[in-house]
Design a protein around this ligand. Structure first.
Ligand code: NAD
Length: 357
């Protein structure tokens, strides 16, 4: 049996406590694995004065697969998001997030089974911003006014929203291939093309174009505000959602809410050769070190990683153990209506995996 070499990035906030347990959980499935631990986020700043050391990037490039805990991003000022930087520098253009109802999870919704496919490389997340204090902002405003004939207030800041034909086509291509491979029935493109006719209009147009190659898969589109309302009213009507970066981020958390919260929501950032597996949720700093949060999201991200490594049986073993522990309802964290700690719930899941042999 071959040994998998995987980069392990514990992250910060609640990251280290849940990701160490995820490692144990993956090992319990019987995977032959060598972990290469690398830092990013707060600990990397403390040690190297750099939130994303080159050494971390080169380890991921070399091993091609990483398991990652969440990483804090300062709001407003401070360094840019390490999470976004990782996706951009490694060209992990697909953000894949499955949201599936589990029996035993307190939620007003049942039978939700939605896959969010978010374009990860551009849109307002491209990081092309002009602050009010920069000289270049004034020049940019003048240039835009000249070219568009529209007025922009002089005390404005600007964020640029690039949406390209290339990136839109490749995310829809991935989505349709994913649908075909996984026998899914429908793709809904989510946009605001009624207002952003050029950028979101192009995104939608690319979806329509690619859909012609897949007549067996239904294709429709929804305006993002209407999408929010539809998802709250009848999430069972939706199958795969394909979205530009920003709407993808927001709708991801909405979908997490439908299946019991962020503690239940796994994810992956995937490129042509490299993939990083991490939960949808962030570093929840207020719970750091408190043994309170639900480890399920990062465990299920681990199952996605096993599947990516062609270890289907081990992925199923892990998912079944999570399902059983939640359905039994005896050892659950606060968000699932229980009073157990992160470690206790994790141990229960690990025990079940080991029992399966
Ligand atoms: P968050 O996801 O960290 O937490 C929001 C709330 O969700 C928490 O207060 C908690 O109530 C709940 N929650 C999150 N994870 C949970 C879990 N495993 N179990 C139970 N409940 C859970 O979002 P935030 O507070 O907006 O962000 C905190 C930090 O994380 C920010 O710096 C943000 O930039 C960063 N962030 C990182 C990532 C990433 O690493 N990929 C993703 C999102 C946010």
């Amino acid at each position: 049996m071959s040994i998998h070499r995987i980069t392990f990035v514990p992250g910060d906030g609640i990251g280290p406590e849940i990701s160490i347990l995820a490692k144990r959980c993956i090992e319990a499935t019987g995977l032959k694995v060598e972990w290469e631990e690398r830092l990013a986020g707060e600990e990397a700043i403390r040690r190297y004065n750099n939130p994303l050391p080159e050494d971390t990037l080169s380890s991921i490039r070399r091993n091609k697969v990483a398991l990652k805990g969440p990483i804090t991003t300062p709001v407003g000022g401070g360094f840019r998001s390490v999470n976004v930087a990782l996706r951009q520098r490694l060209d992990l253009y697909i953000c894949l997030r499955p949201y599936k109802s589990f029996k035993g999870v307190p939620s007003p919704y049942r039978d939700v089974d939605i896959v969010v496919i978010r374009e990860n490389s551009e849109d307002l997340y491209a990081g092309i911003e002009f602050s009010i204090s920069e000289k270049s902002t004034r020049r940019m405003i003048e240039e835009i006014e000249k070219l568009s004939g529209r007025r922009i207030r002089e005390d404005s800041a600007l964020s640029i929203k690039p949406i390209s034909t290339f990136a839109s086509r490749r995310i829809f291509r991935f989505a349709f291939e994913f649908a075909k491979r996984n026998k899914r029935r429908k793709i809904s493109a989510v946009h605001k093309a009624n207002i952003m006719k050029c950028t979101d209009g192009l995104f939608l147009e690319c979806g329509r174009e690619i859909s012609k190659d897949y007549p067996e898969i239904e294709f429709e589109d929804r305006i993002v505000d209407n999408m929010c309302m539809q998802l709250i009213r009848k999430p069972q009507d939706y199958d795969i959602l394909v979205l530009p970066n920003l709407y993808g981020d927001i709708i991801s958390d909405l979908c997490a809410g439908l299946i019991g919260g962020l503690g239940m929501s796994p994810g992956a950032n995937i490129g042509d050769e490299i993939a990083i597996f991490e939960p949808t949720h962030g570093s929840a700093p207020k719970y750091k070190g408190k043994n309170r949060v639900n480890p399920t999201a990062i465990f299920l991200s681990g199952a996605m990683m096993l599947r990516y490594l062609n270890e289907e049986e081990k992925a199923q073993k892990l998912e079944k153990a999570v399902e059983e522990v939640i359905e039994e309802g005896k050892v659950l964290t606060y968000d699932l209506g229980g009073s157990s700690g992160t470690k206790e719930m994790a141990e229960e899941i690990i025990k079940k995996i080991e029992e399966r042999g």
